[in-house]
Design a protein around this ligand. Structure first.
Ligand SMILES: [Zn+2]
Length: 379
């Protein structure tokens, strides 16, 4: 795919610049990490998880550890199983194609390495939804084929990562409503800026809970755009339509119960999407939104150099997309669970000040695409 080739070339450039956290894997055009480093499930060479990519082919490796692995210690954050594999903890039961197509029981997730468990490695990016739970929340029941419009390749959505006009900056916040959304809404209000929130009905927040409903209502009432981020933050590239449809439909129902409308805009969790999902989502009327600027705020929680780390990631992305400031439009990714009042000060206010001074106009995702507000929602 052309997009992949372009991303791979760009990611190689980024890797050279940001040696500490070079991008890799599916988020970076399927490039492999250098120097035997591991590619994390978030697509950074921080040695967190255990994916290795050779060319275009995904080769999942489970680094050996413990007695079976010559006494080796697992990479950061991983547990050494009784089988001597650094699979991120869990039950050691096998699942998925690696485990004779077995499913995990007891609400466990099937990792991309084919192990059942419930850590973020099991339940996050590349979690195999066909063989267990994925994400933090419970899964809605599958929708039988015939109960939703049959995906039509002619209606496939495009994965949008930038805006249609120059000089605009779209602040977007994923994974909420969660702990920090009130503070973010205060900052946006103070600066008279409209942003976009991609919402999970059941993830860090829960749209059956009054507090989370109130925060979502406030975001909508204050003029921010509301999009969907699936119900329970699943990797939509590892599923099928009977499981994806209820993830969208149930999330839309929960959002509609609060704001009176269903969002048309959606963002795939982890930015992970494939042609099958794009075809289904396009057929069902969704616009699929990515980003072109990512501070990776969630990796910097609690670090004293939070602002500088975010700046470094921004610089790498700006280089990757050959941005000309303030001409190049920017679609950014933030998370509303990342503390804004961290030791390092406020990242969101920092971004607003910096890019306002550069001459950017802050807009919602819809405005960034030149799309009339009438098209942002449906009944
Ligand atoms: Zn997310």
């Amino acid at each position: 795919m052309l997009l992949r080739a372009v991303l791979a070339a760009a990611a190689a450039l980024v890797a050279a610049v940001a040696a500490q956290e070079a991008r890799c894997g599916r988020q970076a055009g399927n490039i492999a990490c250098a120097n035997s480093q591991c590619c994390s499930y978030l697509g950074a060479t921080n040695g967190f998880a255990a994916t290795s990519l050779v060319g275009q082919a995904l080769t999942a490796v489970d680094p050996r550890c413990g007695r079976q692995g010559g006494g080796a210690v697992c990479p950061k954050g991983l547990c050494c199983s009784s089988l001597g594999g650094a699979s991120g903890g869990g039950s050691n039961a096998r699942c998925g194609p690696q485990g004779g197509n077995a499913s995990c029981g007891n609400g466990l997730c099937c990792s991309f390495l084919g192990f059942c468990g419930q850590t973020e490695v099991h339940c996050g990016l590349q979690c195999q939804l066909l063989f267990g739970r994925c994400g933090l929340g419970p899964l809605p029941p599958p929708a039988p084929v015939g109960s939703f419009p049959t995906p039509d390749p002619a209606k496939a959505a495009r994965y949008i990562t930038g805006c249609n006009k120059g000089g605009v900056f779209a602040l977007t916040f994923d994974d909420g409503p969660s702990v920090n959304i009130g503070l973010i809404l205060d900052i946006l209000k103070r600066n008279n800026i409209k942003a976009t929130f991609f919402i999970n009905g059941k993830n860090r927040g829960d749209l059956n809970v009054a507090k989370d409903k109130a925060n979502l209502k406030r975001a909508f009432d204050e003029g921010h755009q509301i999009g969907s981020h699936t119900l329970s933050h699943i990797d939509i590239s590892t599923t099928n339509e009977t499981l994806l449809f209820p993830q969208m439909k149930v999330n839309d129902d929960l959002i509609k119960a609060v704001i009176g409308k269903r969002p048309v805009y959606m963002r795939p969790p982890f930015g992970s999407v494939n042609q099958r999902a794009l075809t289904a989502l396009g057929t069902w009327g969704y616009k699929v939104i990515g980003w072109n600027l990512d501070s990776k705020d969630f990796e910097h929680i609690g670090k004293p150099d939070f602002i500088q780390l975010g700046e470094d990631n921004y610089q790498a992305d700006l280089l990757r997309i050959s941005a000309v400031l303030p001409k190049t439009s920017l679609m950014t990714l933030q998370h509303d669970y990342v503390p804004e009042d961290s030791q390092a000060g406020g990242w969101v206010q920092h971004v607003i000040d910096k890019f306002k001074n550069l001459g950017y106009k802050f807009v919602t995702a819809g405005e960034c695409l030149g799309d009339s507000p009438a098209n942002w929602y449906r009944d």
